[in-house]
Design a binder for this molecule. Sequence first.
Ligand code: SAM
Length: 201
Amino acid sequence: MEKGKLQIEAVNIRDYTEEKHGRVDDYPYGGGAGMVMQAQPVYDCYRHVRQMAGDDAPVIYMSPQGQTLNQAMAGELASLESMIILCGHYEGIDQRVLDEIVDREISIGDYVLTGGELPAMVLADCVSRLLPGVLHNSESALHESFEDGLLEHAQYTRPRVWMGREVPEILLSGDHARVDEYRYQESLERTRALRPDLLET
Ligand code: SAM
């Protein structure tokens, strides 16, 4: 952000409530546990954010009910000029405002967090590292796990021997073709052992 590679504005929905004491939630119609975020502050906040983000920015609601985030999705989102990320809290947000403004729901996994802030940060991090100039070496994002449907090979750095464990000899050979082949086989083996589901697709 300091180098102008991306811009993130955090906006507090509470600042848009018409209720005193900054309240943004109320009891759920039909009863049940917990509170629900009201439509009015979410919508008024959205209208303000829409002006900043422009007409084309999709509204993404972070929700455990959304599509599970993956690397392909991150790549797709990284090509956008801007996006609006909506975070829920409590039991969630009044469905009517979601129906009005949300284009897409994204989950960060099959578990429930207290609020959408951490999921929004996860999304912002994995998308922004794909933007030009964010990583020092843009090549590194291309060889990461999931980019080619495989987990990445093991990594080693100096020293050559640590606690009696040696770096695989081939990585010191300087033979790039053999190193690439070794790493590819390593990736396949890891994927087969740790995430065989990735090989099925
Ligand atoms: N009542 C909702 C349900 O059962 O589907 C869960 C609400 S959760 C306690 C509150 C907020 O946290 C959600 O509105 C969403 O913004 C966020 N959240 C929780 N878990 C999430 C996940 N796995 N992925 C993305 N957002 C999540």
